[in-house]
Structure formats: structure tokens, C-alpha cells
Write a protein that binds this ligand. Structure first.
Ligand code: SOE
Length: 400
């Protein structure tokens, strides 16, 4: 275990000033210090003064990671009180009430299940697990422990997507006929790039499907409804990658997939995701076509929502309107800036953790606006079914 570092945390002093003085403190144990460790910690540090007055003050009690030098550096950089090289030592710290898992997919189940059994509320990065079976074990663990649980489908917490949810829930769109979503990135195309855990099935479970597809499958469930059957195709274009030591290591996950979704409510869906979308950086885009109108969203322009209404006057205003979702009455915007002063990808994590802390402190439900482990399990069932369909070459029914 890394030497327990008493790194001064500024949160204790912050909690004694202003209206947040009576906000309860929530001790955080963070597993992982890379991309998601950074995005999550950034949210913890912003919540006390931006989601003001905060529902809780996150206290950065501990961060865990396998590399001692890296985890100590992360603790120092972010202000975690303790650094650990073994998550078991971290969850033994009684000052922790929230276990946040930002580790690789093969490190989701055991730590989350142990943290739940220790009575901690559990937040886990997506995909919840490598398989539906593993996800079910995690759902069973948190339900048995009676703790709050949430999966990091952070795009639910982009204000424009919450606004799309409000429009759908209002019923003004009428019957929904189509869900059409793509999540395109290009970073997997370099044959010389050193492999990572995201290309090894035994660690990640799947490639573009669980990494990117999981997001647009979650949004399909969030905005349209439950798929009852799927058909899928998947492809691995690079089957071995440099291992960083002069050799090669197999890449046995999907580099790209496409799938059809047959929804219980009669809607039809298409979802596709790839790491071979040359020129696309983080292009998560969806369109809903319905009886009275359509909605289109593009993550690379995440403050905007394109909306078409049948009832608009055909000779003047009818057409796709580009709505800048930054008004004070728009979701979460009372916390930010005057209209037009746009926010970014990182702020979805601020909203997401505010939602989770509110569920913990005020005993509110994480779902339906947040994704809980039931959503994580159902997402895993759909991902497994898409891969089963791709391997079997046939339609696969979804049975939870
Ligand atoms: C990498 O593909 C990645 O970081 C995903 O893992 C995230 O979930 C997505 O939000 C951005 O891209």
C-alpha cells in the first residue's frame, strides 16, 4: 500500500464558509486516476461552489491505483488525503461513504461489490461490466446492501439532452417512429499505436460496442423506450497491435458495429459506433423522428438542440430550429452563466454527481433521470444480444 499521504484537503475549510456550512460532507474513495479519475475529481471540486448551495460537500478522502508513483502524484495534484495501491485498503477507510469506480472494465465488479457490502454508495463508470452476467452480480450486490447506485451514463446530464427528455415526456412529439444514433471516433485506426486495455476482450468485454455503443443504447432507452429485439454486425479490422515491448498483442474486440433495435413501443432504431470514423473526434449524434416533429443532437455542439415542429407555419417558421439550450430555465442552467455563455463535456459530470449526491443525502431515486445499476444491467443485456446476433447472424430477443 502506498504511504498514506496526508495531503491537505481544501474541502474541510470550504465546508465551514457560506451557505454550504450545513451541507453534509461525503467522503469519496476514487478508484482510478486516469481520464475518468480526472473528469470525476474535476466534478467533485466544482460542486461545492457551482451547484450552490451544494447538497453535499465531497471530501477527497482517497484515490487508488496500481502504480504507486502515479497514484501518489494524482493524490497530490487533486488534493486527495490518502493514496492507495490496493482498493481494498481504501474501502477499509471509514471516512469513505461513496465508492467511485473509474477503473478498467475488469476492475468494476469485485471492488463495487465489496464497497457495497461495506455499506458504501456505489458509482461506477460505463459500461457497468464486461457481460450482462457480471452486471447482474453487481446489481444483486447493491440491492442486497441497500445502498444508492449509479452508472456513469453522463450524457443524460447534458442540458440539451435533458431538454430533449422533457420534450419527449411532454407528449408533444406524439408517436415516436425512429431512433437513429451514431457514436463515431477515430482514435483506434493507427496500426502503430500501442495497445491498451480497451482492445483486450478479457479486460474490457467489448470494443466500440461497450465503450461508445453503450452510451447511445442508454440514450435510446432514456429517450425512446425498451428494445425487445436486436440485429447486429461487428468487425475487427486490426487484429493485433504493438504491445509496447517490441512485440504484438492480439486485439480481439469489435473496432466497429452497427445494429437494429426493435422497440417494445413500435419504434425502429439504428445504432452504430466505431473507433475507425476517420475525421470524427467525439461525434455522438442522434435523431428522433415522431408524428409531430423531430429532434436532432450532436455532442460536438452540445449546447444546441435542433427541433422541427409540424405545426410551425409552412410559409414562415417551419424548419429545423437550432435552440441554444442555455437559458436560465433550461436544465441545470441556474447554476452557470447568462444565456449564450456555453458549457462543455466536463459539466455533464458535475450535474451527474450532483444528482447522485442528492439521491444519497435526500434519499431520492437515482432513476429515471440518472442511470442506476438496473439501467447498467439492461444496457449490458442489449450489448450482449447485439454481439450474439453479430456472431450468430440472426435476430436476438431481449429477455431481462
Ligand atoms: C473513449 O472512447 C471515451 O472516453 C469513452 O470511454 C467515454 O465514455 C466517452 O464519453 C468519450 O470517449
Amino acid at each position: 500500500m502506498a504511504e498514506e499521504k496526508q495531503v491537505s484537503s481544501t474541502f474541510t475549510s470550504m465546508a465551514t464558509e457560506g451557505a454550504d456550512a450545513d451541507a453534509p460532507e461525503l467522503g469519496i474513495g476514487m478508484l482510478g486516476y486516469a481520464f475518468m479519475g480526472k473528469a470525476h475529481t474535476n466534478a467533485f471540486k466544482k460542486i461545492p461552489y457551482m451547484m450552490y448551495p451544494p447538497v453535499a460537500i465531497p471530501r477527497l478522502v482517497g484515490i487508488a491505483g496500481r502504480n504507486e508513483a502515479a497514484v501518489n502524484a494524482a493524490a497530490q495534484r487533486y488534493g486527495y488525503e490518502n493514496a492507495y495501491t490496493d482498493w481494498r485498503d481504501m474501502i477499509a477507510n471509514d471516512d469513505i461513504q461513496v465508492f467511485d469506480n473509474g477503473g478498467p472494465n475488469d476492475a468494476h465488479a469485485e471492488p463495487c461489490n465489496a464497497a457495497a457490502a461495506a455499506g458504501m454508495h456505489v458509482f461506477c463508470e460505463k459500461p457497468l461490466a464486461r457481460t450482462a452476467e457480471e452486471a447482474k452480480s453487481m446489481l444483486d450486490a447493491v440491492e442486497a446492501a441497500g445502498v444508492k447506485h449509479m452508472v456513469a451514463f453522463n450524457y443524460r446530464f447534458v442540458p440539451a439532452i435533458q431538454q430533449a427528455k422533457k420534450i419527449v415526456d411532454s407528449g408533444k412529439l406524439g408517436q415516436i417512429y425512429h431512433w437513429r444514433a451514431v457514436y463515431l471516433q477515430e482514435w483506434g485506426m493507427d496500426r502503430e499505436m500501442e495497445s491498451t486495455w480497451r482492445f483486450q476482450k478479457d479486460i474490457c468485454g467489448s470494443g466500440a460496442l461497450g465503450d461508445l455503443g453503450a452510451h447511445i443504447i442508454d440514450l435510446a432507452r432514456f429517450l425512446v423506450g425498451e428494445p425487445k429485439a436486436v440485429s447486429g454486425l461487428a468487425q475487427t479490422w486490426i487484429t493485433e497491435r504493438p504491445d509496447g515491448s517490441g512485440g504484438m498483442i492480439k486485439s480481439d474486440v469489435d473496432d466497429g458495429f452497427v445494429a437494429l433495435l426493435d422497440f417494445e413501443n413500435g419504434a425502429l432504431g439504428t445504432v452504430e459506433a466505431t473507433r475507425f470514423g476517420r475525421g470524427r473526434k467525439n461525434f455522438n449524434s442522434f435523431e428522433i423522428n415522431a408524428e409531430n416533429g423531430s429532434i436532432h443532437f450532436n455532442l460536438e455542439r452540445l449546447n444546441e438542440l435542433n427541433v422541427f415542429w409540424k405545426h410551425d407555419s409552412p410559409d414562415t417558421t417551419q424548419g429545423f430550429h437550432n435552440v441554444l439550450v442555455t437559458e436560465a430555465h433550461h436544465p441545470y442552467w441556474e447554476n452557470w452563466w447568462p444565456h449564450g455563455h456555453i458549457i462543455g463535456w466536463e459539466h455533464s459530470f458535475v450535474h451527474e454527481f450532483h444528482h447522485f449526491f442528492d439521491a444519497i443525502v435526500n434519499d431520492n431515486d437515482v432513476a429515471p433521470y440518472g442511470a442506476d445499476f438496473v439501467d447498467g444491467y439492461r444496457n449490458a443485456m442489449i450489448c450482449d444480444a447485439i454481439m450474439e446476433s453479430a456472431n450468430a447472424g440472426r435476430h436476438v430477443d431481449i429477455r431481462y
